[in-house]
Design a protein around this ligand. Structure first.
Ligand code: SF4
Ligand code: MSK
Length: 634
């Protein structure tokens, strides 16, 4: 068990790993062990496979080759590798945004009847931003807006519309550096072009292009995804629910939705409650249908419907290993290829739904927005019919589950803190100005099998709230902290400092606010911009006493997120796995030092969660001082 404890601090996860070991099933931690020692060149970012004269490697000890066959040195190779990660991460978020924009377009033209405009107020706010006359009928506004939204992807002239949401000073910084994002697709293409053999050999210029590409994600693709999802699926409001593997129910048909795009999972939520399917489940001997989420799809349906969350990234295999999952439906991103093998050890049906993400030999039921509900019903029915194949002797669901409150959007924070009739960020700004609140922190990102699961997220967050820093979370990080009981208002009493406790107490919020999935990091950007507009905290995002971190990051999307936070002016720390830049001292020094003079923020890499929190708090205090604010009150 001591070995298991080094893999995860989460008790449900520990029990799941034990069951896998008992049943001799290899999971993510076993596969990591089989990979060790991992390639040092890859870890340092100095292996290049860009052209077929390679692969080339730079000798990190300075004795062997210092340039590749084409003459590229460590700086170029490491920067190019990093830049490609940004492009892939940005493409994932932005393609998600495009799919959502397509869905609203189909809806506007009457081709996707299962969707409609749920948040009309938000539709109008967005329409105004795009210069559409909001006096027109809702249907016409939706048509015009959806066209303009899709145009953002292929835009050839001008800047992305959402750039206007950033403070003026930040817009000027971007303009001066030439990194204002233009078309969403264009920035990704240009980034990839720059990394082709024999194009950009200047690591600083590659990072500039990388920042523009990442900004087209944060202030483009991700923002489109978040805002349009709110329009057609509804804007979240605070909601209570449960989290961890214990949300799987023994007597029920358990369906897990896993991935990222909520367009289908939204329909799955409805289909799981369909009387015809519930009746079928009962006829099969189950008590009903229990739909739960995994990873960011979980966050989406949690925020909008209070659907329980079975776990975060490293728990996806363990959900199946409970032996109680009839069906896991997946769409895109963060779905381990290993799931096919794991599912084949049980009765679980794995179903892929996106033409972009298939597994050989796995059932594929392709999602189409035009027939959304019908397809969702087909998938749920498939799961219900599988209930009779369950081997009851192999079922063992960890009993651990925890309460959480989620559903905090920038609009909701606005209302809660300012009151419905005085919707304003003023009280939040005043709390920071007075020193009752030291500042804000965004703690986001994935799990990584190289780090003790959930330990880094929860340790950093506990240290931050202890020092009166209000924490905003998304993604698997939010799920990690929720499992440890940090996302309920009562957590303030146990974990928060006196100032944060007073605020949580007065308005009834947890000290850690769950803002949604990975694309919802865009909510944090807009909230911060609105705080600047409110006044008293400087003129730019880099002035706010705030910091960001991704303690257990692993995905390329996390790299893009880190870059758009940093390029927006937010000091950002990456956890134990540095960005694979260490093979280039120049690049590493640039990212962790000089960039601050260029863009007003920089990165740090840190593998100690206590130190990470210390660095963030020191930065917050430095920003307080620069604004001439009193020191934090407590
Ligand atoms: Fe080697 Fe240059 Fe080709 Fe990279 S681009 S593989 S460094 S020859
Ligand atoms: S799911 S990108 S592991 S947060 Fe968004 Fe979690 Fe990271 Fe995937």
């Amino acid at each position: 068990m001591s070995d298991i404890k080094s893999k995860s601090i989460d008790l449900a996860t520990q029990e799941g790993i034990k069951k896998a070991q008992d049943e001799n099933i290899k999971i993510v931690w076993d596969r990591l062990e089989a990979q060790e020692p991992q390639c040092g060149f890859g870890q340092l970012g100095i292996c290049c496979t860009v052209c077929s004269m390679g692969p080339c490697r730079i000798d990190p000890f300075g004795e062997g080759a210092q340039v590749g066959v084409c003459g590229a040195n460590a700086d170029t190779i490491a920067a190019r590798n990093l830049a490609r990660k940004i492009a892939v991460g940005a493409s994932a978020h932005s393609d998600h945004g495009r799919d959502v924009a397509h869905t609203i377009t189909l809806t506007a033209h009457g081709h996707a009847h299962d969707y409609g405009v749920v948040d009309e107020e938000k539709l109008k706010v967005l329409a105004e931003e795009f210069g559409i006359d909001t006096g027109k009928p809702k249907e016409q506004i939706t048509k015009e807006l959806s066209k303009k939204l899709l145009e953002e992807f292929g835009k050839q002239e001008g800047d992305l519309t959402f750039v206007k949401r950033a403070p003026k000073k930040r817009q000027q910084i971007w303009k001066k550096l030439g990194i204002t994002p233009r078309g969403i697709d264009r920035e990704i293409v240009e980034m990839l072009h720059s990394t082709h053999i024999g194009v950009d050999n200047d690591y600083k210029n590659l990072i500039n292009t990388g920042m523009r590409c990442a900004l087209s994600d944060g202030w483009g693709g991700s923002m489109v995804a978040t805002d349009v999802q709110d329009i057609i699926l509804g804007s979240p409001v605070p909601v209570r629910s449960k989290v961890n593997l214990g949300v799987l129910k023994e007597g029920y048909v358990n369906i897990v939705v896993h991935g990222h795009e909520p367009i289908l999972s939204e329909m799955a939520v409805k289909a799981a409650a369909d009387p015809e399917l519930v009746k079928l489940a009962k006829a099969k001997g189950a008590e009903g249908i229990n739909l739960v989420g995994m990873c960011c799809t979980a966050n989406e349906i949690l925020m909008r419907h209070g659907i329980p969350v079975a776990g975060n990234f490293l728990q996806q295999e363990l959900a199946i290993i409970t032996g109680a999952v009839e069906l896991m439906m997946v769409d895109v991103q963060c779905i381990m290829p290993a799931l096919k093998e794991i599912a084949s050890c049980y009765h679980t049906k794995l179903v892929t739904t996106s033409p972009k993400a298939k597994f050989p030999g796995v059932v594929h039921i392709e999602f189409q927005p035009e027939k959304a509900y019908e397809i969702a019903k087909e998938i749920i029915r498939f799961g219900v019919e599988n209930f009779s194949n369950r081997n009851k002797n192999r079922v063992d669901i960890p009993k651990h589950e925890m309460d959480l409150v989620a559903g905090f959007t920038k609009e909701i924070v606005f209302q809660i803190l300012g009151g419905r009739y005085r919707a304003t960020y003023k009280p939040l700004n005043e709390a920071i100005i007075s020193g009752r609140l030291r500042g804000l922190a965004g703690v986001v990102g994935c799990n990584n099998a190289k780090q003790t699961h959930d330990y880094f997220h929860t340790t950093v967050v506990k240290e931050l709230i202890k020092k009166d820093v209000l924490v905003l979370q998304t993604g698997c990080s939010a799920i990690a902290c929720a499992k440890q009981g940090l996302l309920v208002p009562e957590a303030a009493i146990e974990y928060a400092g006196k100032g944060l406790q007073e605020i949580c107490d007065a308005v009834g919020i947890p000290p850690v606010l769950h803002l949604g999935s990975c694309v919802d990091n865009s909510r944090i950007l807009v909230a911060a911009a609105q705080m600047i507009a409110e006044g008293g905290l400087g003129e730019d995002l880099s002035d706010i006493p705030a910091a960001g971190c991704a303690p257990e990051w692993m995905s390329e999307k996390a790299v893009s997120i880190g870059f758009y936070f940093m390029a927006s002016g937010v000091y950002t720390i990456f956890g134990a796995s540095p960005l694979a830049t260490l093979g280039s001292k120049n690049l590493t020094d640039y990212l962790t030092g000089e960039l601050e003079n260029v863009v007003g923020a920089r990165f740090d890499f840190c593998d100690d969660p206590f130190k990470m929190a210390e660095l963030m708090i020191a930065h917050i205090d430095k920003k307080r001082q620069a604004l001439n604010l009193k020191p934090a009150m407590y």
